[in-house]
Design a protein around this ligand. Structure first.
Ligand SMILES: N[C@H](CCC[C@H](N)C(=O)O)C(=O)O
Length: 287
């Protein structure tokens, strides 16, 4: 099958965007993996599909597949690129869109400065809805919230970590570290991602609090490994930091790929602002 694609990135989190507004391509998980492969395909952290509105009051459907070929509920950096894509292709009805994802409707808005702000919806804290199995697990109070103690078996030995658990439509486990540059992202990330207490696996965040309005963040993403930035991971980290009493309501998140700004007033939706860039267009054969 020959497909046209657009390569995009948001703070270094990179995507292949497929225009399926004239009909689905019907790709398989293996074909998504091929497209995302950095040697045999285009290369991307996720593959994003732009599909027609599923109903009244919604502009588009937004479908997300990780590099491992699995479909997932949400992708924040991808949402900004989605909005830039439909604007540049003349498909957007206006500056603000209503876009349906597996985890609900989000609202990207194209700003005059070229950045994109997305209403990412409200975080979910009920463990069963993350989902996260707490049976027999201990937790410790921290600020107005608590962290769960997770036992990890890594190639570097066993460890007990304390993580904040929440969902931004997709699951996140966030831990505080003293320095992201020396954090055990590649030692612990895979063990956290595939920990048996996460039936749908999880994205593993490593957050260094710089001050009450700045953090540094690295994320080992479910289905993609460490990415240069993770939009939902930035939202989850800031929400966790606010609930733990470490952060104020507007926070700059410094990732290896660039700056994301997250705002949350302690309830309701989380707002994420950041870049969205088209890198190149192309065509390829997908076996
Ligand atoms: N790996 C994530 C999906 C992409 C999230 C990330 N790229 C973002 O910008 O939110 C998951 O499996 O839930």
């Amino acid at each position: 099958m020959r497909i046209r694609f657009t390569k995009m990135q948001g703070a270094g989190n990179d995507f292949v965007v497929l225009d399926e507004t004239r009909g689905p391509l019907g790709l398989t998980p293996a074909q998504y993996r091929f497209i995302a492969d950095r040697h045999f395909g285009v290369g991307a952290d996720q593959v994003l599909s732009v599909r027609p509105s599923p109903g009244a009051g919604i502009d588009f459907e937004y479908v997300i597949h990780n590099a491992d070929g699995g479909e997932v509920e949400q992708c924040g950096n991808g949402a900004r690129c989605f909005a830039r894509f439909v604007r540049d292709k003349g498909l957007a009805p206006g500056d603000t869109l209503r876009v349906k994802t597996l985890s609900g409707v989000i609202e990207p808005r194209l700003n005059p400065d070229g950045r994109v702000t997305v209403d990412m919806g409200a975080p979910v804290f009920e463990p069963a809805q993350v989902p996260f199995d707490t049976a027999g697990l201990s937790s410790q109070a921290d600020g107005s919230w608590h962290k769960w103690h997770l036992a990890l078996d890594t190639h570097a030995g066993s460890a007990i970590i304390s993580v904040a658990i929440l969902s931004m439509g997709n699951p996140h486990a966030v831990q505080e570290v003293a320095d992201v540059d020396t954090a055990p992202v590649h030692a612990q990330g895979p063990a956290i991602e595939c920990h048996p207490r996460f039936p749908k696996r999880v994205n593993a965040g490593f957050m260094q609090v710089v001050d009450r309005s700045q953090v540094r963040l690295r994320v080992w993403e479910r289905g993609a490994g460490e990415t240069l930035a993770c939009g939902t991971g930035a939202c989850a980290a800031v929400v966790a930091g606010i609930r733990l009493g470490r952060l104020d309501r507007k926070v700059d998140v410094h990732t290896r790929g660039g700056l994301l700004t997250i705002e949350w007033d302690g309830q309701g939706p989380v707002f994420m602002t950041g870049p969205a860039v088209t890198v190149f267009e192309g065509e390829m054969e997908v076996p």
